[in-house]
Design a protein around this ligand. Sequence first.
Ligand code: ATP
Ligand code: MG
Length: 180
Amino acid sequence: MIRAFVALPLPDEIRSRLSVAQFLLPLPRKVPPENFHITLAFLGEVAVPALQEVDLALGALRLPRLALSLQGLGLFGGARPRSFHASVVPDPDLARMQARIARACAMAGAPAEARRFVPHVTLGRFRADLADAMRLERSAAEGAGFAAGPWTADRFVLYRSERGGDGPRYDELASYPLTA
Ligand code: ATP
Ligand code: MG
């Protein structure tokens, strides 16, 4: 079984903008900049034959390039935040792309986790207590002015995720072009 997800990688320039913003945040566990991405579909543990079907299905999709931007910082997890992120500016083409990719994965036999799609780049994960949560909320509010982009997303990627001692490692299994 392979732990897999589909995501948009980020250009170097956007990654460095994010790492500067991240540096200023009181995050106990920072996502390393080479791991920054926008998840489109989290597939979880997938058997190799199903993953080959997913690869075929994703390779058959014809999806347009997108102009994407980041705006603002936020927390997921409500009163007990568990991750800190930069928000992607909502885009109907991105939502359509995500839905088509999720459908393709499901039809290939690897349904994506059915979480509502809120496009974001995770900058840090944690188990926050109340004091941390308030500090992080303040940082998110202060980061409302954070903005990066636009950039052109010209490919999406099927990643393998492997848990390691100091955080996960992501490897590109396949890359699919977005065409104009
Ligand atoms: P770790 O779980 O080891 O702290 P991670 O969350 O980066 O690290 P994975 O759990 O393999 O690594 O997740 C890969 C990507 O899929 C991440 O962007 C993660 O936020 C996202 N993801 C994980 N689980 C889900 C889920 N249930 N629904 C939607 N997205 C998910
Ligand atoms: Mg995880």
